[in-house]
Ligand binder design. Structure first.
Ligand code: SAH
Length: 247
């Protein structure tokens, strides 16, 4: 039977990090830039999500924060488009990979081992753009990350979140299909109960003064092995929200 969600039951609000989640990404870090390894879906998704962010926020010259940056796929894609990127993550090994890859690619990106919440303490209203892609489903309390992202972005600035919807289809494709049938991802990569519906994510944004501008599905075509923007948000989706300016 499909498990029910425990999304709103944070296990540790004082320190919003799940060590077992971080350990999963630490173990796989050396293969982060292997386009055919376990991060293949992130590689396949990267051009479409970077284009989406660039189209809506014109990243060139913009101070941009990538929360839960991992090995730096999005950080590099946005740097290539002219953004001035800071990447943060709680995984040490993914950050080492990210730093090394940026250096080899001749890119300047600031990487720090920290959480969104901690970074927000000293960096309120600092970034033009804050992104946190494919991370909310790995933290105990997603609302706390969303609040921190809202603090970090400047008034009028943009925030982007992407995650997996909590639908039977997402369970079938992202959990059973990818982890158990295709063996594309290690078993246990995704916990269905942590998937977030677009309505929940929109509500969480509004709770913290972010106004939702756009929600777009990211749908995968197994024949072309590519993601594209789509009307259906049944599995993967990305959301664009803007921080309201004080009146
Ligand atoms: N955003 C990247 C990587 C997604 S994988 C991309 O889409 O390409 C999720 C990442 O979130 C991992 O690198 C993991 O280490 C990180 N992470 C999980 N919980 C975190 C937390 N509480 N704070 C910071 N990073 C976290």
């Amino acid at each position: 039977m499909m498990p029910k969600s425990t999304l709103h039951e944070p296990t540790d609000t004082s320190h919003n990090v799940d060590p077992s989640e971080i350990a999963k990404f630490e173990r796989a870090a050396s293969r982060w830039w292997d386009a055919n390894g376990e991060f293949k879906p992130l590689h396949q998704m990267n051009p479409v999500r970077a284009n989406f962010i660039d189209r809506l926020s014109h990243v060139a010259g913009k101070k941009t924060l990538d929360v839960g940056c991992g090995g730096g796929l999005l950080s590099e894609a946005l740097t290539h488009r002219g953004a001035e990127v800071t990447g943060i993550d709680m995984g040490k090994a993914p950050l080492e990979v990210a730093r090394m890859h940026a250096e080899q690619s001749g890119l300047t990106i600031n990487y720090h081992q920290t959480t969104a919440e901690e970074h927000a303490h000293n960096n309120a209203n600092t970034y033009d753009i804050v992104c946190s892609l494919e991370m909310l489903e790995h933290v105990p309390d997603p609302q706390s990350v969303i609040n921190a992202c809202a603090t970090l972005v400047k008034p009028g600035g943009s925030v982007f979140f992407s995650t997996l919807n909590r639908t039977p289809m997402a369970y079938l494709i992202a959990v059973l299909g990818a982890e158990y049938i295709a063996n594309l991802l290690p078993r246990g990569t995704h916990d269905y109960t942590k998937f977030i519906t677009p309505a929940e994510l929109s509500h969480a944004c509004r709770q913290t003064g972010l106004s939702v501008k756009k929600i777009t599905g990211l749908s995968y075509n197994p024949l072309t092995q590519k993601f594209k923007e789509a009307d259906t948000v049944a599995i993967n989706y990305i959301i664009h929200a803007v921080k309201q300016s004080p009146h």
